[in-house]
Design a protein around this ligand. Structure first.
Ligand code: ATP
Ligand code: MG
Length: 602
């Protein structure tokens, strides 16, 4: 392609609304254009990158025996009502765009396709003989994200590969899951990315596990905890660890003490001169179930520990049935204004004890009249601990479970693992932290959707059984931008060769020099013929401008038909390390082919 004939517009300055380097660079280099919040046009360079990523994804998926298809983006609401997700997706989470057609039928714009694929499977899979089966598609997804940001990283319209597999049993599912683990690792390696596969939260359904594929970059929205021996890596939402040992308590007898102005753990520790590991902290949460019921939750946890909200949410989801609900709509630490909507009297905030009475709640149809009381394992083990006295400016010391306080029935593990904690598999290993961008997620679904939607097959023994399912997603557009986030310098993008929009760019320093032009044209034709995807910068611009633009758009190899042509050579510059060399004109094609081969296969 000739730059003179392209829509080629680069910006000198960083666009004001872009926060992270990859977003700035893709805008500046003319890869994408913002059309609305979380909505982007993929311009020709970007589209080439996306097609390359898609092709790598497709090849790796096909190699596992999965088959490509294309499912509708317009999805009838009935399907989502069957699975029980319509209200959560359109109202509670509100992530799904929905609309009403001229026949007054409700439709959703596909944020994901479990419902559609399960319907297809229900209609078409009859027998165990048709299993296992794996279908995938590469398609635009729609999600009304609360905070679209960082360009393609979190868009409201983005490209995803999503695949769904069907099995007779868990064992068969596990095999496909393993194949996917390998295929995903291959995709990311081939795309030139540094990544880590991590254990991920699979929500309250638990399933038999899920793995996220994280591209390592400081701008990542996720935190990954891992050990240096390579044996453990998990999303912080899911991570487990050994807490630090608790210190021995300086208090041996139970007493109520006046502790003025100590409404935080820090302040009470300073006042009582004790370690936070001797405190039972009582954290108040508020959750709303999908039947509209608000439930207040009191969590007891050791003073030096934090609650992991995702783990807490999973525990509370397990209790949904008890409250006549299916799932949770929201979970938060209530503000004073919110507390005022259900409190029967003023709460001793900052001084709450584990036995805070249920009479603080003015129960109603909408508000459960009792606290759900959960105790984290770290708090269970404490002896002679310090905790609130249910009275402002007072604490109790030397308290014990089974004496002054009844241990809550529900013991849970909901503490947040953090960097520096000892690892469970080997306490000599401490957890390290890294930021990651989630580009892929593979998930053992089990029978959640097949049961809800009655998708069954007949087993070898003639029994009718629900299909066992897995699902596997890759954010194609997010992956493409992550590559930039991981590889750039002050001058611009440095594309990994495998997903660069073009392999090479020929810059003609002076378009009025016929010899320079002739040689450039000749190499341009030969390279493209030889499969080296090449751009020709034939614009009537200064050489400096051309070099700057070539650096900005990040094409791996730049060929300059400048002074060296007097000796039958051209200058070739590698974008990644700026290494420059003069190469004989008739060797350029071979050498570039070789370099590209090495980079793509290496
Ligand atoms: P996240 O936790 O980042 O919101 P998710 O868990 O909702 O993502 P999945 O439903 O597992 O994502 O979707 C599969 C993949 O699609 C993700 O791993 C991610 O790479 C990509 N993806 C999800 N949401 C977006 C988005 N808004 N913009 C771009 N890519 C996305
Ligand atoms: Mg996810």
């Amino acid at each position: 392609m000739r730059l003179s004939q392209m829509l080629f517009v680069t910006l000198r300055d960083d666009p004001a609304d872009a926060e992270i380097p990859s977003h700035k660079l893709l805008l500046r280099a003319g890869y994408i254009r913002r059309i609305g919040s979380g909505i982007y046009a993929y311009l020709p360079f970007m589209w080439r990158v996306l097609q390359k990523v898609s092709q790598i994804v497709r090849e790796e998926m096909n190699a596992t025996g999965a088959q490509e298809c294309l499912l509708p983006q317009l999805q009838p609401s009935e399907l989502w009502k069957e699975s029980g997700r319509w209200d959560t997706y359109t109202k509670a989470e509100g992530i799904m765009f929905s609309l009403i057609d001229r026949r007054e039928q409700q439709l959703g714009l596909g944020p994901t396709h479990e419902e559609v694929i399960t319907t297809v499977a229900r209609d078409m899979i009859r027998s165990y003989r048709q299993l296992p089966l794996h279908l995938y598609q590469i398609q635009t997804k729609f999600r009304d994200e609360i905070r679209p940001r960082f360009g393609l990283m979190r868009g409201r319209e983005f490209i995803m590969k999503d695949g769904y597999s069907f099995h007779v049993d868990e064992e068969s599912l596990k095999k496909t899951y393993q194949d996917m683990y390998q295929a995903y690792s291959n995709m990311l390696r081939r795309s030139g990315l540094a990544f880590r596969a991590v254990e991920a939260d699979s929500g309250a359904i638990g399933g038999s596990g899920s793995t996220e594929f994280m591209v390592l970059a400081d701008a990542g929205e996720d935190e990954v905890l891992y050990t240096e021996d390579g044996k453990y890596a998990a999303n912080v939402e899911k991570a487990i660890s050994l807490p630090a040992d608790a210190e021995t308590s300086p208090f041996t007898t139970f007493e109520k003490r006046e502790t003025p102005g100590t409404d935080t753990i820090e302040k009470v520790c300073a006042f009582l001169q004790c370690s936070p590991t001797k405190i039972v902290k009582n954290v108040l949460y508020q959750t709303v179930y999908d039947n509209g019921l608000t439930v207040l939750v009191l969590v007891n946890i050791r003073g030096d520990q934090e609650v992991n909200d995702v783990k807490l949410q999973n525990e509370l989801t397990k209790l949904a049935e008890k409250f006549g609900a299916k799932t949770i709509l929201s979970l938060s630490v209530p503000t004073n204004e919110i507390i005022a909507t259900w409190a029967a009297k003023s709460l001793p905030l900052g001084y709450i004890a584990p036995d805070l009475g249920d009479d603080y709640i003015a129960g109603s149809k909408q508000v459960n009249s009792k606290f759900v009381r959960l105790v984290d394992k770290t708090a269970v083990e404490l002896k002679n601990f310090v905790t609130g006295a249910n009275e402002s400016n007072f604490h109790v010391v030397g308290a014990n479970w089974g004496e002054q306080f009844k241990l809550p029935d529900i013991v849970v593990d909901i503490r947040k693992a953090k960097a520096g904690d000892r690892s469970l598999h080997d306490p000599n290993q401490t957890l390290q932290t890294a930021r990651g961008i989630e580009v892929g997620h593979i998930f053992q679904l089990g029978t959640k959707y097949s049961q809800a939607m009655n998708a069954t097959y007949t087993s070898e023994q003639g029994e009718e059984k629900p299909l066992v399912m897995g699902c596997y997603g890759v954010g194609v557009s997010r992956l493409a931008q992550s590559a930039v986030e991981q590889s750039y310098d002050k001058d611009g993008i440095i594309w990994p060769v495998a997903i660069a929009p073009y392999h090479a760019i020929i810059s003609i320093p002076n378009v009025n020099d016929t010899q320079q032009v002739e040689i450039a044209e000749k190499i341009y034709t030969e390279l493209n013929k030889a499969g080296v995807e090449t751009l020709l910068d034939d614009r009537n611009e200064r050489a400096g401008v051309k070099f700057k633009d070539a650096d900005l758009i990040g094409i791996p190899f730049r060929i300059v038909t400048g002074r060296a042509i007097a000796n039958g050579k051209v200058e070739v510059v590698k974008r990644a390390n700026r290494e420059s060399q003069e190469i004989a004109i008739d060797e350029v094609v071979n050498i570039l082919q070789q370099w590209i081969k090495e980079a793509v296969e290496g």
